[in-house]
Design a protein around this ligand. Structure first.
Ligand code: ADQ
Length: 463
């Protein structure tokens, strides 16, 4: 296989052989890069007063990384601005939260150009270049402008929005047109792929070839659905390892005979945490016999604290969990244990296994790896039940979860009641079918599916 150059906003330098990093993208890419002898390029997360293009090279646990520092106004306009205040909310269907500022758009273009200027000398003629996620959509075009003729692919980790939503982005046309600089563009789901094709047909007048081809102004790209997976073998093993077993025992002891429900999410409005709490509140109100018998452990480490909407959601969740606990708790039982910090993956595996229900109810999510991790961590003889939002990408593959509309407190409450009452035989049957999928379509399958498509594409002439 050709050498892989992976480019993403952040590069998380591995701290062990088995991941440990937080964030779906970093976990997935570290596993993928270890297998190929590639290099991972991106922003270090550090600031510099004047951008110099200096690259910091490292190799840790089999992964070579190359990082650059960015200027404070780059970080503000490109990262906190266009990426996280414009594209992230819009692509998660939250036009109400999206901010459209020309300064953000300018910073986005500038940083993408800085990425291109810096990474071009690292790319050798036969390399496959793999650009990741919404921070870097126009990077392929900027690489072409600098003479890069390699095969270049782009994978979007978040949903692609339906056309009418995308039209509210002032520069939607330029953004989508820039994607025709790639050879392959990948989406998490068929749903996202369809939305992209719909835009291309209606707004750009694109033609569609056999297979996955989309042709616009003489350039032909392949647009594919390529759902990301987890490192299932490793995660199953870690769920049975010493650390996870220790955590499992501790959780069981601290549950004191009560049934545990778990939620694990970055603290983000797309994850539907408020709606989840409201659904759980509805369940408690409708099922007084379950008071003292169940509890919800919600782990939600803060993210993107520089962005105001994230500060607001944090305050709202503090208030909501406090209200629900105030309403239902007694001296011996607290219905919600709400924890604002991250945990190492081995510990998470033990917690997932100790939970009878995994509650994964984002309002929108590109994929959602927590859903897959929850399934992978279960005990084959006594697996828990996954309650999964229909609007998580993972729902396309995990049809055997209890699928819910996360906006409906009643549906959530009913699903919790159904999960608690589900007989062992049904739990095993559903879990087995989900595990089969998670094993077959794991992170290695994902990586291969994408890079095989890229390798099979024809290098294009530069613009
Ligand atoms: P995220 O939005 O970060 O990823 P997700 O797919 O759920 O969402 O991945 C989160 C990862 O972080 C999981 O591996 C999880 O274990 C870990 N994590 C979450 N909370 C944690 C905690 N408290 N402590 C430790 N680890 C924690 C984006 C997209 C998703 C897409 C991924 C990968 O938004 O839709 O699935 O990229 O493509």
């Amino acid at each position: 296989m050709s050498r892989l150059v992976v480019i993403s906003n952040r590069v998380s330098v591995p701290t062990s052989d088995v991941g440990g990093a937080q964030g779906g993208l970093s976990v997935a890419l570290a596993a993928a890069l270890r297998e190929s002898n590639g290099v991972w390029f991106g922003w270090s997360g550090e600031e510099t007063e004047h951008f110099s293009g200096h690259i910091n090279f490292q190799r840790n646990f089999g992964v070579a990384t190359a990082t650059i520092d960015l200027e404070p106004h780059d970080i503000e306009e490109y990262y906190n601005g266009y990426a996280n205040r414009t594209l992230w909310p819009l692509f998660h269907y939250r036009v109400d939260l999206a901010e459209f500022e020309r300064g953000f758009a300018g910073g986005y273009e500038r940083v993408n150009a800085r990425f291109a200027d810096t990474v071009v000398p690292l790319i050798e003629p036969e390399d496959l270049v793999w650009v990741n996620d919404y921070h870097l959509i126009p990077l392929g075009q900027k690489l072409r402008e600098r003479g890069c003729r390699n095969r270049i692919g782009f994978f979007l980790h978040i949903p692609w929005p339906p056309m009418p939503l995308l039209l509210s982005l002032p520069s939607h046309r330029e953004l989508v047109q820039s994607m025709f600089a790639y050879d392959v563009v990948g989406f998490q789901t068929k749903d996202s792929l369809e939305a992209f094709r719909d835009y291309a047909r209606v707004q750009l007048g694109a033609d569609f070839g056999d297979d996955d081809g989309v042709v616009h102004e003489g350039r032909s790209i392949r647009a594919i659905a390529c759902p990301i997976g987890i490192d299932t073998t490793e995660f199953r093993a870690s769920a049975e390892g010493e650390v996870a077993r220790g955590v499992f025992e501790q959780m069981r002891a601290s549950a004191n005979g009560r049934t545990m429900i778990i939620g694990v999410d970055r603290l983000d409005y797309s994850k539907g945490l408020q709606e989840r709490f409201l659904g759980y509140e509805r369940f408690l109100a409708a099922n007084p016999d379950k008071h003292g018998a169940v509890f919800l452990l919600q782990i939600a480490p803060p993210s993107r604290g520089e962005v105001q909407s994230y500060q607001e959601i944090r305050a709202q969740l503090d208030a909501l969990s406090g209200r629900i606990n105030g309403e239902f708790a007694d001296a011996e039982w607290v219905p919600i244990r709400y924890v604002n910090k991250g945990h190492p993956r081995e510990q998470l595996a033990g917690m997932y296994r100790a939970a009878r229900i995994g509650l994964v109810t984002p309002l929108r999510d590109g994929m959602n790896l927590v859903a897959k991790e929850y399934v992978a961590a279960q005990d084959a003889k006594d697996p828990g039940v996954l309650i999964l939002s229909r609007f998580a990408g993972a729902a396309e593959q995990l049809a055997d979860a209890l699928l819910v509309n996360p906006h409906s407190p009643e549906e959530l409450a009913d699903a919790i009641a159904t999960a608690l009452a589900m007989p062992l035989t049904e739990r095993i049957a559903r879990w087995r079918r989900m595990l089969d999928n998670i094993e077959a379509e794991d992170v290695i399958w994902w990586r291969r599916r994408f890079t095989d498509a890229l390798e099979a594409s024809q290098p294009q002439a530069a613009n």
